[in-house]
Design a protein around this ligand. Sequence first.
Ligand code: ADP
Ligand code: MG
Length: 273
Amino acid sequence: MNSLEVSNLKIWDSRTGKVLVPHSSFHVKQRSCLAIVGESGSGKSLTCRAIMRLNKALLHQSGEILLQGVNLTKLSEKEMRKKRGKQLCMIVQNGMRAFDPSCVVGVHLKETLAWHYGWGRDDITVKMKRAMESVMLKDPLAIMNSYPHQLSGGMLQRVMIALAIVLEPDVVIADEPTTALDTITQFEVIEQFIQLRTRMNCAMIFVSHDLAVVKRIADEMLVMKDGAIVERGATRDIFSAAQHEYTRFLVSTGLTLDHHFNKIMGGVSHAEC
Ligand SMILES: Nc1ncnc2c1ncn2[C@@H]1O[C@H](COP(=O)(O)OP(=O)(O)O)[C@@H](O)[C@H]1O
Ligand SMILES: [Mg+2]
């Protein structure tokens, strides 16, 4: 059974009429991980945010998005808010942006969990502490009492993974969750994503420009180019015999696709495959 089914998703800029994603259809099977790869600007984040219904208001979308059979496009914003977090959890590139800079991290965690589940403070602290320890965060109570800027990018991503563990969503959407991290931290955080999947049996969409990571984590993958899906299939089949010329190019070159990332890292590829 599919956890998520996206049919004929179209996204366009209502100011200019420019179509950014012409028509995407794909699904994510229960308990499986679908990777979305493609270079910068290919429409990966727009697609993820369209599923969450979090694109800017000027970006319009059409098509159907079914989460466990429920059509998200038909829900009111209030109903959609109940789905976000509890059933559909998004982890973004910059952990810092996910938190309110003026509050300690624990406030965000407690608000989110109290809103979705109605749990009390102490209950939330116990659940979060356990989940944070399981993603190798030492001293969870000190972390919950820290402001986001006092924590490293890797710690913030792990706090988000711990929150997802407690929320138990049906689908986790991770949009380049390790791009902003150094290589060693990236490796550690990827391990936690892999464990998140096995521990929670949730489905996952994992966006990455790093094919080495995709090869480790994803069962299936989509390759996007200029808003369109140009290739799809089982990860191992695509790595061994990509059909599309563009995918063959990606697999054969460097394996790290984000040119900007490459540039700021001094042109060095951090992926090994
Ligand atoms: N808010 C926006 N308004 C107009 N165009 C946008 C907006 N956000 C993204 N785009 C355009 O949509 C395309 C895909 O963007 P995005 O999904 O962010 O790419 P990526 O694959 O790097 O995640 C890009 O050409 C980008 O310029
Ligand atoms: Mg993006």
